[in-house]
Design a protein around this ligand. Structure first.
Ligand SMILES: Nc1ncnc2c1ncn2[C@@H]1O[C@H](COP(=O)(O)OP(=O)(O)OP(=O)(O)O)[C@@H](O)[C@H]1O
Length: 256
């Protein structure tokens, strides 16, 4: 957890268990009998070909999509209210300042943004390197800065579970590496499930990496890269695992 002023320390992040999940649209089954565990306080990455059902699985976990099966936390408490979401589009309100965007959740819940909330948001903006841009409108920021603002907004919600759907895919390669470093640092200790198209991103950030593939889709046995995150992209072991993931993505991988 990052050092932010606030009344409470976030409790330990729970593990998430998906059991026997199935989703279909218009008579087409994306997957069925799918089970997956995302360990508490760790990052689980999900790769797979376009259209296989990664976002649908993430939305099912978020409770945004109805399917069958169960999604539970291992502490026995409901998931509702404990999940923050970050997607590919930053969804910043163009007429609000960066600071107002970060604290938006308070207003959406009918609350008032007071000095404590502003201080916490400013602290987060400092952490993502936007402390001096708090008063700017989002259209004055670069794409990378906007994603950093979106990350600050996600962190402001201070939820133990963070679901991320291709959060960095719109960024150039270098900005993306920087964002991965930042995310690994700031999301440490939370239970994160991240959908990405980039095997190296998954290997840099994930404590476990699944590939979802096939029709209907199945999950591979997870890869579990060694070492702390974010891992250096030029590690020999990571490059070999990248090859393994690419082969799984092309359909040659194992399915659990
Ligand atoms: N609400 C919906 N109604 C009907 N079909 C849907 C809906 N949501 C997703 N689909 C379909 O389900 C399939 C899987 O979509 P999903 O977005 O989960 O895939 P994905 O693996 O995340 O793809 P991508 O990597 O391209 O984002 C697609 O064929 C998509 O058109």
């Amino acid at each position: 957890m990052i050092d932010v002023p606030g009344p409470a320390i976030a409790p330990p992040a729970p593990a998430i268990q998906v059991s026997d999940a199935a989703i279909g649209f218009g008579g087409r089954l994306l997957f069925s009998g799918l089970s997956m565990r995302a360990p508490g306080g760790m990052t689980t990455c999900l790769l797979g070909p376009s259209g296989v059902g990664k976002s649908s699985l993430l939305r099912l976990i978020a409770g945004l999509l109805t399917g069958t099966g169960t999604v539970t936390a291992d502490d026995g408490k409901p998931l509702s209210g404990r999940i923050a979401w970050m997607g590919q589009q930053d969804l910043l309100l163009p007429w609000a300042s960066v600071l107002e965007n970060v604290t938006l959740g308070v207003k959406l819940r009918g609350g008032r943004v007071g000095a404590a909330e502003r201080a916490r948001a400013m602290n987060l903006l400092d952490h993502v390197g936007l402390g001096d841009r708090a008063g700017d409108r989002p259209d004055a920021l670069s794409g990378g800065m906007r994603q950093r603002a979106a990350l600050a907004r996600t962190l402001f919600e201070d939820r133990p579970i963070v679901l991320m759907d291709e959060p960095f895919s719109a960024l150039d390669a270098i900005t993306r590496l920087d964002m991965q470093d930042l995310a690994a640092r700031l999301l440490s200790g939370r239970t994160v499930i991240m959908v990405t198209h980039d095997p190296m991103e998954a290997l840099r950030l994930g404590h476990q990496v699944f590939v979802l593939s096939g029709t209907p889709a199945r999950l591979s046995t997870p890869l579990t890269p060694a070492g702390d995150t974010p891992r250096a992209p030029d590690q020999q072991a990571l490059l070999m695992q990248q090859g393994e993931l690419l082969s799984r993505l092309r359909g040659g991988g194992d399915a659990a």
